[in-house]
Design a protein around this ligand. Structure first.
Ligand SMILES: Nc1ncnc2c1ncn2[C@@H]1O[C@H](COP(=O)(O)OC(=O)[C@@H](N)Cc2c[nH]c3ccccc23)[C@@H](O)[C@H]1O
Length: 333
């Protein structure tokens, strides 16, 4: 199967975006009803603090606020770079366990594996279209007529393309797609613990930069102890001039449920070296119940597979009438 490099996908994205960006573009009217939340996560690797605070935690809350909530484990996105098939299969089940442990409830949301729902509609697998990353992301979102997409800041550019494509389709063929809006959390960009000018990322080669949901308390303490701050010992929140310590404060506020001001006030007189350990403790406390739930869920693979199968069937049910409408408007039905 042909594999696309991330660089190629980005070039392709720029090209498509250039094609669809035009001064004549006008907004399609947002529909009052029929609100649908959609988001996705790649199954490769264990989610980290950035995935959790930037996306997953908000996914859990949105289950309370919207009737139709759809979350996809986007395995097709992850094969845009080479993957070991055996490991990928295991990672999909592991991601299912992580999302359930974090509070995604299959009774209140549709949780499914992207390829199980897409392959059934696209009889030819592995086409360039399927692997062209940002376009595939747009298809993910639009095929459910999604209106709200909870994501971290790194996905905002992709979301602009999705809106451009929806707008362009609506102008050419008639109003079909709502223009999906991003939902960003206050932690839209959790920074690397080793380089606070960069985002925390699964692919960071420095293992100390990223805190995974399943890290042991000892690992979490070690990573926070080594977190890069600066030479001022006081704890303050000044993201521009003190990005390292401000990242600590923001993480602390997010995991403890306190405001940034409260966190800074409570830390008066504590130096940054000691403060990093307090943040580590707060993260350990937040992740402890999730970590033990993941261990339990991972033992029942049949249950995890069943959750995904049921989710895929529900996802197909929602996508199929939209697909029919698209075909009709385009004139291929
Ligand atoms: N350091 C960080 N700080 C804050 N948020 C962060 C951080 N790192 C990651 N995120 C967010 O985590 C979610 C999953 O990340 P992925 O890289 O798997 O996410 C991705 O690779 C997507 N392309 C998956 C996708 C495919 N189709 C979709 C349709 C809608 C939304 C998302 C998708 C994302 O919301 C991401 O923004």
């Amino acid at each position: 199967m042909a594999l696309f490099s991330v660089r190629k996908a980005r070039e392709c994205w720029r090209f498509i975006r250039a094609l669809h960006k035009g001064p004549t573009a006008t907004a399609a009217p947002q529909k009052e009803s029929g609100e649908r939340v959609f988001s996705g996560i790649q199954p490769t690797g264990i989610p980290h603090l950035g995935n959790y605070l930037g996306a997953i935690e908000s996914w859990v809350k949105l289950q309370e606020e919207y009737d139709t909530v759809i979350y996809s484990i986007v395995d097709l996105h992850s094969i845009t770079v080479p993957q070991d098939p055996g490991i990928l299969q295991q990672s999909i089940l592991d991601m299912t366990a992580v999302l359930l442990a974090c509070g995604i409830d299959p009774e209140r949301s549709i949780l499914f594996q992207q390829s199980q729902a897409k392959a059934a509609r696209q009889k030819h697998d592995g086409t360039v279209g399927l692997l062209t990353y940002p376009v595939l992301q747009a298809a993910d979102i639009l095929c459910y007529k999604s209106t709200h997409v909870p994501v971290g800041e790194d996905q905002v550019q992709h979301m602009e393309l999705v809106q451009d494509l929806a707008r362009s389709f609506n102008q050419k063929y008639g109003e079909l797609f709502p223009l999906p809006r991003s939902i960003l959390t206050s932690m839209k960009k959790v920074k690397s613990l080793r380089d606070p000018s960069a985002k925390m990322s699964k692919s960071d080669p420095d293992k100390l930069a990223t805190v995974q949901i399943t890290d042991s308390p000892e690992e979490i303490v070690r990573k926070f102890r080594k977190a890069v701050t600066d030479f001022t010992s006081e704890v303050t929140y000044e993201p521009d001039s003190r990005p390292g310590v401000s990242n600590m404060v923001a993480i602390h506020a997010a995991v403890s449920g306190l405001s940034v001001e409260e966190v800074v006030r409570n830390s008066a007189g504590v130096d940054t070296a000691r403060y990093k350990l307090l943040v580590a403790d707060a993260v350990i406390e937040k992740f402890a119940p999730i970590r033990s739930e993941i261990e339990k869920l991972k033992m029942d693979k049949d249950h995890l597979r069943k959750v995904l199968l049921v989710g895929s069937a529900k996802a197909k049910e929602l996508a199929s009438p939209v697909f029919e409408e698209v075909k009709k408007l385009v004139g291929i039905l």
